[in-house]
Design a protein around this ligand. Structure first.
Ligand code: SF4
Length: 351
């Protein structure tokens, strides 16, 4: 057996655990999708009130683990894994444009949760189906994660912001060889953040929008109730009012602080990431337990009479202190999300 073949066998064995995890998470993902279609009220709880609330914490701690096992990524990367992707290298300018679209998609889709997705399992199923098909089509054309996970996925801007000081890098369970398909590769860049790439106007704007805008957007989002009926187009557009207002306020603050040069931008990014994720759990934990601003919205179960109110009030404080420690006090540890696999040319040269 040649050196390259031996390496390939060893690599496949190394990935057995990840493959099992990918299959398990795919089955869970498919189960949730099945519920959204056939048991919508259960599907909504499983997706919006269990899976999604866990995601920000996992992204902060170990976004590489999430990117290895995300069921949507596993589907979108099938064309590349099974060799029927054209594997085209996307130009840097297209990557930057898709990156900006992904931020705009995030800000467009998330308020629609109040309008429709939070209460409508079928609509959520269509949303997931649309994203899967789009990613799959992109995957037939473009190389590895440039097709979706590192460009167009609307969760990716949040990964870049929250995942700026993860616990450590794990093995890359998707890219067999590095084809340099994304520059810089978010998976392989130590302490990746949305402001790392500024070489194009699109990248600069998308970095600003997500870093400066997200804390206010999250705050505003929690100040909109779920809508159960719409009486006019204006009432539909109302779900955007508070999130956009909040976004504008924190984005302005970020821009002023950036221009003033009072605080280094690397610190600003960490402060704003901490603010956004802390704000999320500040409101999300009480609402999951039935103590939210709008009774019943986003509730997993009603903890009144089960968990003392002071404990529910304490939990967001504990989470906030944890994020302050994890994202602000801990020094940047120069870790990437994933360990970059060997570059294709180098490994081919070795074989
Ligand atoms: S590790 Fe290499 S091949 Fe994989 S996404 Fe990053 S740049 Fe592309």
């Amino acid at each position: 057996m040649g050196v390259a073949a031996a390496k390939s066998v060893a690599n496949k064995k190394d990935l057995t655990g990840w493959r099992i995890l990918q299959i398990l998470t795919w089955l869970i993902g498919f189960g949730i999708f099945f519920c959204l279609v056939f048991y919508p009220s259960i599907g909504v709880i499983l997706f919006w009130n269990i899976l999604i609330p866990v995601a920000p914490l996992l992204i902060v701690l170990a976004v590489g683990v999430w990117r290895n096992v995300c069921p949507l990524a596993s589907v979108n990367l099938l064309p590349r894994h099974f060799g029927f992707s054209k594997g085209r290298i996307m130009s840097a300018s297209t990557q930057a444009k898709l990156g900006l679209i992904s931020v705009l998609l995030l800000y467009f889709i998330v308020p629609l949760r109040h309008a429709v997705f939070n209460t409508n399992g079928h609509a959520t199923a269509w949303l997931l189906f649309g994203m899967t098909i789009t990613g799959l089509i992109m995957g037939t054309q473009f190389e590895w994660k440039s097709a979706w996970c590192s460009t167009l996925c609307p969760i990716h801007p949040v990964e870049r912001l929250y995942g700026n000081n993860v616990l450590g890098a794990v093995k890359n369970a998707h890219c067999a060889e590095c084809m340099n398909c994304v520059l810089p590769c978010p998976d392989s860049t130590p302490n990746m953040n949305p402001r790392v790439v500024k070489r194009s106007g699109y990248a600069s704007v998308s970095g600003l929008l997500i870093t400066g805008g997200l804390p206010g957007f999250v705050w505003g989002w929690f100040h909109v109730p779920d809508q159960h009926a719409f009486h006019s187009p204006m009432s539909f557009l109302g779900v955007y009012e508070m999130p956009v207002l909040g976004l504008a306020v924190t984005l302005s603050l970020y821009t002023i602080l950036l221009q003033s040069k009072l605080i280094k931008e690397s610190w600003l990014v960490r402060i704003f990431a901490t603010a956004a994720v802390s704000c999320y759990y500040w409101y999300r934990i009480p609402s999951l337990l039935g103590f939210g601003i709008y009774t019943g919205d986003g509730m997993l179960f009603d903890a009144h009479g089960i968990i003392a109110e002071w404990i529910v009030s304490l939990l967001p404080v504990v989470f906030t202190l944890f994020f302050i420690y994890f994202l602000l006090i801990r020094k940047p540890n120069k870790k990437s999300w994933l360990i970059r696999p060997a570059f294709a040319l180098r490994s081919r040269a070795a074989s």
